[in-house]
Design a protein around this ligand. Sequence first.
Ligand code: SAH
Length: 236
Amino acid sequence: MKRSKKFIFPLSLLLICFSSLCGINREKDLESLREKMIRGQIESRGVRNSRVINAIRKVERHKFVPKQYLDEAYEDHPLPIGHDQTISQPYIVALMTELCELNGTERVLEIGTGSGYQAAVLSLLSKEVFTIEIIQALGKSAAEKLKELGYNNVTVKIGDGYKGWADKAPFDVIILTASPPEIPDALLAQLGEGGIIVAPVGDYNQELIKIERVNGNFTKETVTYVRFVPMIHGKD
Ligand code: SAH
């Protein structure tokens, strides 16, 4: 009895060391997958803005995907996040973020918080991020995750993005991560002078568009074609 007790302590210490070493290795593996994603999916397709690349490098995407998809967190496709919604493909997040042309001073509105991943990336590149999610459970868990990970300049609201966030307007940048048939008037009205909107627009075949407000006029550019979840209409 005495003898076995003598062994239990060092053995458990050894087990703790082993499992924390495994944890460190796991983190290293995920970090190298993230690097590989940056090179193979993002830079190779033409995203060059070094601030954007660095933000993508810093945000631990695997912490924003459901546990069962951990191994796929850095793969080249969107992933389910529950409630029939998805976290966007990494390249699309990078491309849309680059189109926002952030320099660190902006107040950003995101429509469609989802997992909170895009908001985390934006938060490293701007002054403040306001993000609206219509599905309460998603908004709540994203808000908790962002807080836990220290993204303190992000505010999540449960609500209908079609209305925007009038109390916090005007915004320098508005980014939509769900697709409306056309850009809601409320969002155009809440965009400040010189501001940018980046959004997928359309039903099945969607255009990724960039709108700029110059001297009160809106210019529109189609960047590429994309497939996002449709923007849901609120009940009231
Ligand atoms: N940006 C997210 C991905 C979002 S998927 C991320 O990084 O994970 C699109 C999200 O838009 C979904 O969570 C969906 O519930 C939300 N959404 C759909 N219609 C909305 C609306 N009218 N207002 C706010 N959010 C909406």
